[in-house]
Design a protein around this ligand. Structure first.
Ligand code: LLP
Length: 424
């Protein structure tokens, strides 16, 4: 049986497999908590976008904040992707993983002067500028470095992405982008600054978007601006529509990437921009359902109001439930023996917070020592992991067919103490 939404994760002979390998064996070898990714699942998710853009001039810039582990970046760099970064640290990761700087775009509302200089030095493809103040600073930094900075302005199209408020970014009240009404003036200013080259326009309206309409609305608004900007004599080489496409966590039904883009490209063609260079910045939809986190049951704690299943992964490894009350499927790695007693549990970690839960009210037939897989854990889990409670971060394995590559060693406590000093 294949797991819905997890094409390369399947149960065979009662054991969860990632591609050709048994999850139980990987957990025994590498310990828990353990992130396991399927390379085929990542490439399959990418292929849906590539099909959608067949015959077009389009660049897929993986939004690496979703999962920035070097081994994951390497998969996308080798597959020809560019990268959407949001810090100088992410740029260093791209370069370490073999990505091409010219295929890097730099988003984010708070780029520092040092990060701008670093990115100019590396020769990145585009700065996605998010405020008028940032335009001025970037011009100054580029001037000092004796370089020209390629820029795109991030438009806030004021459309509702109909997603969780914490991951909605395209509304007026959000900190992101330049308001639709101010965009033309910002482009005029950018075009007048001596050390900037205007190359594009971008928008990103939110994350875990499961409907097409917000994208279609945002595209119309962005293209209205392109009309106006080009009428003012400023030519835009590319249009970047951001990321945000959702995945199936719990029966969510986002459009497939190729189907969504067939719809969007029809609009683009109808409005006369079909031959323009396109860029997108998908993150979650490329990696989210390509990973699971394996955790061991430490204790069962029955209670009057609630039963708790206490596992060795926690909110520091999997922060999404605590941060967004997000749902992740939780399944036993081995099918329980027929007749095993089941109960309804809150699955919680060892961290000293009531917010440290991974799943609520889950029916499970488990006992201490069993392994559970937290599903859809490829995006925004390891990249948001912390060391809270002085918990070293988990190890990561990338499976490719019948081979497992350890792409991140389990962190050790001395790694956590490094750089700290006692007061003399
Ligand atoms: N481009 C920009 C400018 C972004 O800010 C983001 C995500 C993306 C692209 C990629 O979006 P995606 O395709 O992954 O939806 N931690 C949250 C998600 C935060 C998303 C932040 N920005 C979560 O776990 O749901």
């Amino acid at each position: 049986m294949t797991h819905p939404g997890h094409p390369h994760f399947s149960w065979r002979e009662g054991e969860l497999h990632v591609e050709q390998l048994r999850v139980r064996d990987l957990a025994r070898e590498h310990g828990t908590p353990l992130f396991i990714y399927s390379k085929a699942a990542m490439l399959e998710a990418l292929a849906a976008y590539q099909r959608g853009f067949a015959g077009r001039r389009a660049k897929i810039c993986y939004a690496m904040k979703a999962n920035s582990s070097l081994g994951v970046l390497q998969v996308f760099a080798r597959a020809g992707c560019g990268f959407d970064i949001v810090s100088g640290g992410e740029l260093e990761r791209v370069l370490a993983a073999g990505g091409r700087p010219a295929d890097v775009i730099f988003s984010g509302v708070g780029k520092t002067r040092a990060e701008m200089a670093q990115a100019l030095q590396a020769g990145i493809g585009c700065f996605n500028v998010e405020s008028e103040a940032e335009l001025e600073v970037l011009d100054e930094v580029a001037g000092r470095a004796g370089r020209r900075a390629p820029v795109s302005i991030r438009v806030n199209p004021n459309v509702d992405a109909k997603t969780h408020p914490y991951i909605s970014t395209g509304l007026k009240g959000n900190k992101f982008g330049i308001a639709h009404e101010r965009t033309l003036a910002a482009y005029r200013r950018a075009a007048s600054l001596p050390n900037l080259d205007v190359v594009g326009i971008d928008c990103h309206i939110g994350s875990q978007i499961t409907q097409s309409d917000p994208y279609l609305d945002a595209m119309d608004r962005v293209l209205d601006l392109v009309d106006a900007i080009e009428a003012a004599g400023i030519r835009l080489r590319h249009i970047d529509f951001g990321g945000g496409l959702g995945i199936d966590y719990r029966g969510d039904r986002p459009p497939a990437a190729d189907a969504l883009w067939a719809q969007l490209l029809r609009k683009l063609d109808a409005r006369g921009y079909g031959d323009r260079e396109l860029m997108i910045e998908p993150g979650r939809s490329l990696v989210g359902n390509a990973g699971v986190c394996v955790t061991e049951v430490l204790y069962l704690k029955p209670g009057e109001q609630k039963n708790f299943c206490i596992v060795d992964a926690a909110m520091n490894d999997l922060p999404r439930p605590a941060m967004y009350e997000a749902f992740h499927g939780i399944e036993p790695v081995s099918r329980p023996a027929a007749g095993a007693a089941g109960a309804v549990y809150d699955v919680v970690g060892p961290v000293c917070e009531s917010g440290d839960w991974l799943g609520r009210d889950r029916s499970l037939a488990v006992q201490a020592g069993d392994l559970l897989a937290v599903l859809s854990a490829g995006a925004y889990c390891m990249s948001m992991a912390s060391n809270y409670n002085t918990r070293p971060r988990a190890a990561e394995v990338l499976v490719d067919g019948d081979r497992a590559h350890l792409i991140r060693e389990r962190e050790q406590v001395p790694d956590l103490l490094r750089g700290e000093r006692l007061v003399r």
